[in-house]
Ligand binder design. Structure first.
Ligand code: PLP
Length: 365
């Protein structure tokens, strides 16, 4: 750090130089985050100095967090759902499994998760000292084989998980059967809907995945993905708000004498941003966004198929996967563990972006 500072202009110019090196969103197909809604940015600015780590100082902001959780709980068909705004899906998954572990003390605890589980479950298992058992995919697909999952459960299993909107293929596990296993063994059932939580409710004839499914204990849903909030904003939703108490530790020097969140200091800005988007768009607005993303997904698939690219599966959500082949330079497309090309069709991937990409693909042929 230098002794004397630079002018605002110099600093801003320095920052602009760094920002210019980032990949522009209109070339990113590989991300589950997107450009935040402009109202989220405005709300973020308004609340930028708030700290939900000490909620007694910011009762207005804390109330927005409660409203955010209540709105999402209602969307996911829960009643008086508990939970809080996290830093994202990783924290939500970790905290859900932490509750499950506390409910079922065991000398050698394990969790049984689908093969598709996001790597946040690896971190969770490492941090909490759990064995992570991977249940394989169903024959010929990418959702979990619930019979195989059943085989992996034993008396030391503290939780099972399902994914509603998998990271790699955007498919939805059979949550009804996973939750039935949890009921049968009297263990926790966590649904990771970090991506799907703000997509599936707005699809036609959605697969059951939320609190309407008997046995679902907790759900991860990230507003910083399809909720177009500013980053970082995840949520952990609990069917029974009382379970939050299992996470609590004393926080003697703060306005609230107990803390149940993983991080201490926590932004209120992203929470205000997420809530602003929900209030502004309403269900109808989200339905439009999701239907636009699905339309663009279909257009991408049709365009790619015309050039001979083959899809791995018919897209269930706004995510398309293709058998690997060449793609034009300059575009960010990720690959799944199996090597398939993976396109996440987020709101920033507009029709113009898809057409520009297909135009570049056409030059390869
Ligand atoms: C299904 C799923 N769960 C959890 C996560 C982790 O979320 P975050 O990166 O916000 O911690 C992701 C990230 O893509 C995800 O796709």
């Amino acid at each position: 750090m230098e002794e004397s500072g630079c002018s605002r202009e110099e600093v801003l110019s320095l920052l602009a130089g760094h920002r210019a090196r980032d990949v522009p969103h209109n070339h990113i197909f590989s991300s589950m985050c997107t450009v935040p809604h402009d109202l989220a940015v405005t709300a973020h600015e308004l609340f930028v100095s708030t700290n939900l780590g000490d909620p007694g100082l910011y009762p207005g902001t804390a109330d927005i967090e409660r409203k955010l959780i209540a709105s999402l709980g209602d969307l996911l068909q829960g009643k008086n759902v508990g939970g809080y705004a996290t830093s994202g899906g990783t924290e939500s998954n970790l905290q859900a499994i932490r509750i499950a572990k506390k409910l079922h003390p065991s000398a050698k605890p394990n969790i049984v998760v689908p093969a598709s589980a996001h790597f946040s479950f690896d971190k969770t298992s490492d941090i909490l000292g759990l064995e992570m058992r991977l249940a394989p995919y169903k024959e010929g697909g990418y959702t979990v084989d619930t019979d195989a999952m059943a085989e992996l459960i034993d008396e030391n299993t503290v939780a099972v998980a399902a994914v509603a909107g998998t990271t790699e293929y955007g498919v939805i596990d059979d949550v009804v059967n996973v939750a039935a296993l949890a009921r049968e063994h009297d263990i926790w059932c966590h649904v990771d809907a970090a991506f799907g939580g703000l997509v599936i409710p707005f699809m036609k004839n959605p697969a059951p995945f939320d609190f309407a499914v008997d046995g679902v204990s907790s759900i991860t849903l990230d507003p910083h993905k399809m909720g177009m909030s500013t980053i970082p904003c995840g949520t952990l939703l609990l069917r029974d708000p009382e379970h939050m108490k299992l996470l609590s530790v004393d926080s003697p020097y703060l306005t609230m004498k107990t803390s149940f969140t993983l991080t201490g200091t926590r932004p209120g800005a992203d929470v205000a941003g997420a809530y602003a988007v929900l209030k502004h768009l309403g269900r109808a607005g989200f339905r439009d966004i999701v239907s636009g993303c699905m339309e663009n997904t279909r257009r991408l698939v049709a365009g790619m198929e015309a050039f001979g690219y083959k899809t791995v599966l018919d897209p269930v959500m706004n995510l398309a996967a293709f058998h690997a082949a060449e793609i034009p330079d300059g575009w960010k497309v990720s690959r799944t563990r199996a090597g398939h090309l993976r396109f996440v069709m987020m709101p920033h991937v507009t029709r113009d972006v898809v057409e520009a990409f297909l135009e570049d693909v056409s030059r390869l042929h």
